[in-house]
Design a protein. Structure first.
Length: 235
């Protein structure tokens, strides 16, 4: 076992491992060490200052779930946009779960919006689940405020996928968009631009949000497409 793995295993919590495993059906239990996220984040901050971290980022694929999360956290500390965007692109095909995907949020991206859009197009064009999920996530994080354009919502609505983790992110995107850009995004719901499950899940999440008024929630309830009850909390 190499030095890094020894350090990671020294932070293991067996009960937390069982908890994490239940949340991530796509990851075999034996690939989860069981490290609490705040502890791993704290370690990643210190590890990011070492030369070993640079080598670690080049060493793909990783063996354990926590190694992938460490990789995701380290990307967040990169300060060169192009290097970071390329590193994210290289890493995404190896991501095998929603939690690692959603852990990636490089700080440098917020200062390079125009360049980021070009990479988002690339990620959304990929065949792997988590590249697409991450692309939607970046549109949700960086382009729903002053940089919002209706065409971005159209881009998300036009994504056709049978994958649960892609559809769920589409639903999150529209629920968040309804909270931030209600008037511009509402027509996508009124005109049923999303697949039925995604449409109803977006409405469900909107109704659960404290950022949307009761009056708007009542109207959104009327826009649900009748059918089987919504289920699934896999994120």
């Amino acid at each position: 076992m190499d030095e890094l793995k020894k350090i990671l295993f020294s932070m293991a919590d067996e009960k937390y491992r069982d908890f994490q495993s239940a949340l991530m059906p796509t990851v075999p239990k034996e690939k989860i060490i069981g490290i609490r996220t705040p502890l791993l984040r704290k370690f990643s901050k210190e590890y990011s200052k070492t030369e070993k971290a640079k080598e670690f980022l080049k060493n793909l694929p990783h063996e354990y779930y926590e190694e992938n999360n460490l990789h995701a956290f380290l990307l967040g500390y990169m300060t060169n946009f192009k290097e970071c965007a390329r590193a994210v692109t290289d890493f995404l095909p190896y991501v095998d779960n929603w939690a690692t995907c959603d852990s990636m949020s490089p700080k440098v991206f917020k200062n390079h919006k125009e360049e980021l859009l070009e990479y988002i197009k690339i990620w959304l064009s990929k065949d792997d689940i988590y590249s697409v999920r991450f692309g939607i996530k970046m549109l949700m994080e960086h382009f729903l405020d002053s940089d919002f354009k209706t065409e971005y919502a159209k881009t998300v609505a036009d994504i056709k996928s049978e994958e649960y983790y892609v559809r769920m992110m589409q639903a999150w995107y529209f629920a968040t968009a309804l909270a931030k850009q209600y008037d511009a995004v509402l027509p996508f719901i009124e005109n049923r631009r999303l697949e039925k499950w995604t449409h109803n899940k977006a409405i469900q999440k909107s109704i659960e949000s404290y950022r949307i008024t009761e009056e708007k929630k009542e109207y959104l309830r009327k826009l649900k497409i009748p059918g089987k009850k919504q289920s699934g909390n896999k994120s």
